[in-house]
Each structure stands twice: as structure tokens, then as C-alpha cells.
Design a protein. Sequence first.
Length: 473
Amino acid sequence: RNKERIALKHGAHREGKRNDAAMQKWREYGLGQFIHWGVYAIPGGQWNGKTTTYAAEWFRTSGLITHEEYDNLYKQFNPVNFDAKEWAKQAKEMGARYMIFTTKHHDGFCMWPSKYTDYTIANTPYKKDIVKELVDAYTAEGIDVYLYFSIIDWSHPGYYSGGNINSPKIKETFQSGGDYNPFETEEQEERYEDFKSFTRNQLLELVDNYPAMKGLWFDGSWDVAWVKNAAWVDTLGMELRAKHPGLIIGSRFRSDELGNRHVDANGDLIDDYDQRYERSLPSTLEDTKGFDWDCVMTIPENQWGYHRDWSLSYVKTPYDLIEMTVKANSLNGNFVINFGPDGEGNIRTEETKIAKGVGEWMDVNREAVYGVHNSVLEKQDWGYSTQKGESIYLTVFNKPMNDRVRVKVPRSKTKDMIFVIEHAEFISGKQEAIVADGGRDKYGSYYYDIVIPRKVSNKKEPFVIKIKLKEVD
Ligand code: FHN
């Protein structure tokens, strides 16, 4: 944190973490699901025999379809196979404890029957309120729902970008003093006022319509036009929170008045958790700056919406996703796996298989993922460790050739005391582990070897050892 505090009106409204019950629950999720679904699922990255390699949910800008063609796709949107209960069941089986759903992506198409535009699900052959079906089905499964909402809306005549505040040139101009005006004409600025009212109306509508949802997940808030309206956005955030006590909003909603996103000019996190980890994970606890955070991850590379051709990039395996999940948990974050259902409402078979793979592992090892935080152990080469109360979970991804997991225990703060492993067990089958002396290094740190029995060693998946430490003299 910076020493000299800058007086900000619209920076963070809190120093440190939010600690009410809703946020504590958020912190304990461990694993979540993201769903990107909208009319872009109809082309699925392909049009007139041509394929885009770019993100399928951006298909309107791919150059393969005219804007007019794209803007009329909704007239065909009829996902007859959509079964919210089936999706929720699958997410539950995967082990997800929260789900984020795209109510409106950048194209502006609304998956709920918004009163404020005709470009909604109500005017498709399908007609039914998809957001409601999902909120109800997931909530019934005990999975908390968060509503994704794109600030960018290509369907609204008043929408205007002004450029991306992340571009150094734009940020510098914005911050160079004076009253930076991103608008080119007065008329544009006036129309943006309509867009702001529209956005506010839609957000209040979502909060009113779906009281069971737990939070709003914003995206596309990098436009200078939006950033310029930081004071207004801040007020809107307060209005939404007042309507829905406990509402969770991440750092992608608003900027401070100096154009800083996520973290304000004083180094404080804006809103409830850090949303910067898109398809990336922090490497160390220091990287996270002690903020709450989650990571959202695609299964192929940067395809969020449905793309017919998954041969275009590497496709992550359940193993990859499990490793990222546990790594995230070991650094105090939640991990969120994205799904992109097709235009008929099917979750593709590859995704179903992956969800099953992750779920089978979670079935046995969920204790190492849910409600945990970073452990007192330092990062070690065999994998990642998490902790809940006195239980420390070692999730082993790199199995040593000698079938012994060497664990370095922390040094005691009290002279003449040392930590020993009091108890160790493999959580699959609750099998007690043999712990042998693993030596001591010249700095006075102690090591223990946990012997991996053949039954565990023969398995291909990562395994979890639960240990308890005890301080002895
Ligand atoms: O442009 C979007 C993208 O399509 C996707 O929705 C991701 C999800 O985090 N967010 C944006 C890029 O940051």
C-alpha cells in the first residue's frame, strides 16, 4: 500500500477484506463453473463454410458474418434440448459450488426477458426465461448463482467505447489532468446518457427478478466512456447493493476517478474480490497481495462460447484443471471452469467427459478443495498444499520416483521446539500413512518422508495426503 494516501472519492470503500457471511461463503467455494451461452452458439465459430480461430462469443466481429445477419440470429434461437436441471446436476457432480452465467454478453442479447429492449430471449422461438430456469435449477442443487453482465453492448444505439483504458496512451491522456472527454460529439455524449439509464435499468431488473442470485459478474468495463463515469458507476453499485444485501461484486465493475481499474490509486482493491485472473493464475501468495480472487479458465484456449472446432487449440484435461484448481486454492483463490453449450442447448460431449473426470476426482478429494486456505507449509516440488483448521492437505502431482513424498515442515518460532507429523493418511480409503525421518538441513529445517503404498502409487491421478502437525520439544 502506498504510504501517502491519495484522497479518492470513488476508490475502494474498504481497506482489507469484506468479512460478512456472504463473502465468507464465497471464499469457501473452491471450485466454480462459468457458462457462456448466447446467440453466438448458433454459428459456433463457423459461417458459410469458414471458421474463425478467434473467440466464438465474439463472432459478430469475426468478419465472417455481417452485423445484420448476426443481429437476426436470435430469430432462430430455439435450444430445444436445454435442460437447466441436467446442467445443474452435472455441475454438482463436477463439484462446482458456484456458477456464473452470461445474462448478456458483448453482443447485447439478453438471456432474460428484459423490459428495456426487444433483443431478448422473449422474442426468440424459445421464449422462456433462461436466466430464471438456471437460477432456479442451480439454486435447488445448492449451487450459488452469479450473473455475468457485459458493460459493452453492441446492440444499444447509445453504447460508445472511446477506447480501452488499459492502453498506455489512453491511460496517460486520461490521467494527464484536465477534464478528459472521450466523446467526439455532444450528441454521442447525450446518447451515452441513454445507454447509462438503460444499463442501470437492466441491472436493477436483474437484481429484482432473481433475488436468489448472489452477485453480479461484470465484464467489458475497460471503455474510457465507462471509466469517465466512475462517480456515476460508484453510485449505481451502492444502489444495487442496497437492493440486495450481501451482493457480491468483483473488481471489474468500476474504476477510481483517476482511471485505475481493480486496484485504486492507494493500492486498495476496488469492490469485493480481484477479478484480474482470466486464464491465468498467480504464482505466489505475494502476487495475490492478500486479496480475495478467483480465476476463470477456458477448456480450449480462449474459447468461451461454443466453437464447433475444438481441434484449433490444445484442450485441457481433467488433470490440468484439477492441478489449476488446487493451485488456486493453495493461494487462497477459487477456480472456475468455463463451459460453452451449443445452439440447441447441449453441453458438448467433450465438456461432459471433462466435468465427469474432474467430478470423480472431487468425489474422493473435495476435502482438500472446499473451505481451505493456503497452508503453513512452504511450496514444495511434489505439488500444492491447502489447510482447513489443523488439517493440512498435500495434493501430490509430481510423484517422486522412490515413492516417498518428502515434506518440509515449518520451523517452530519457539527455540528448542520442532514440528513433527503427528498423523498422516491418504484420504482415498482413509488409509493411514507411514511417516519416516527425512533428515534435517543445515538451516535447521526438518523433513519427513511419507511412504506411498503401491495401491496409491499405481494410480494415475493426483492423490491427497492429510497430515496433522504437532509441536514437540
Ligand atoms: O471479451 C470477454 C470474453 O469474451 C469472455 O467473456 C471473458 C470472460 O472473462 N471476458 C472478456 C474478456 O476479458
